[in-house]
Design a protein around this ligand. Sequence first.
Ligand SMILES: O=C(CO)[C@H](O)[C@H](O)COP(=O)(O)O
Length: 220
Amino acid sequence: MDYILAPSILAADFAVLGEEMRRTADNGARYLHFDVMDGMFVPSISFGMPVLKSIHEVTEQVMDAHLMVQEPVRYVEDFRDAGADIVTVHLEACEDVGATLKKIKECGMKAGLSICPETGVCAVEEYIPDIDMLLVMSVHPGFGGQKFIPESLTKIRDIRNMAVAQGRELDIQVDGGIYLSNVREVLDAGANIIVAGSAIFKGDPEKNTREFMEILKSYE
Ligand SMILES: O=C(CO)[C@H](O)[C@H](O)COP(=O)(O)O
């Protein structure tokens, strides 16, 4: 299994976004995580396709788009055209989850499914065969810099067990409140893709990326 760091640009300095991205890419972060917020599914508005497109044109990093957007099926083609490699949608935001995942795959991208802290893991079991990645939100979506919700660890374990029972080596991504101090707990629970915003960009992104990568490499 690959252990991957996905810095969330939500916490980056947008005035120098290209440089921020390179500071993570040059130190081993294979993904770049885009938190797209629509002001409907979550209260905040962040950024959309044009930002992803600009960054995609200047990096080899995997473009990992997390759509905190109501009815995300409306934007799947736009994110493909902007250069997204993975599109993750929220189970709670889709009228037809299966059709949304199908559309992502038909557009040639990896399909991710995300659940909010209040959604139980049973809700995702039927979709495991259709997805490449399950994203466990370990904070309430909408804002960076929140505190990790410890109950997320049980959810990660349960989803890993479900995937193993279905014979799937599923990518499990976890997002929210992850720092060098608690990332091992998240990995020990069964996650293999770590999203970190504040822990990377608030401070020295190069040093922070290197320190996360050292830990991730020790799990390979
Ligand atoms: O999806 C998000 C918020 O909806 C952020 O990516 C997530 O919270 C990461 O930020 P931080 O590492 O600062 O907690």
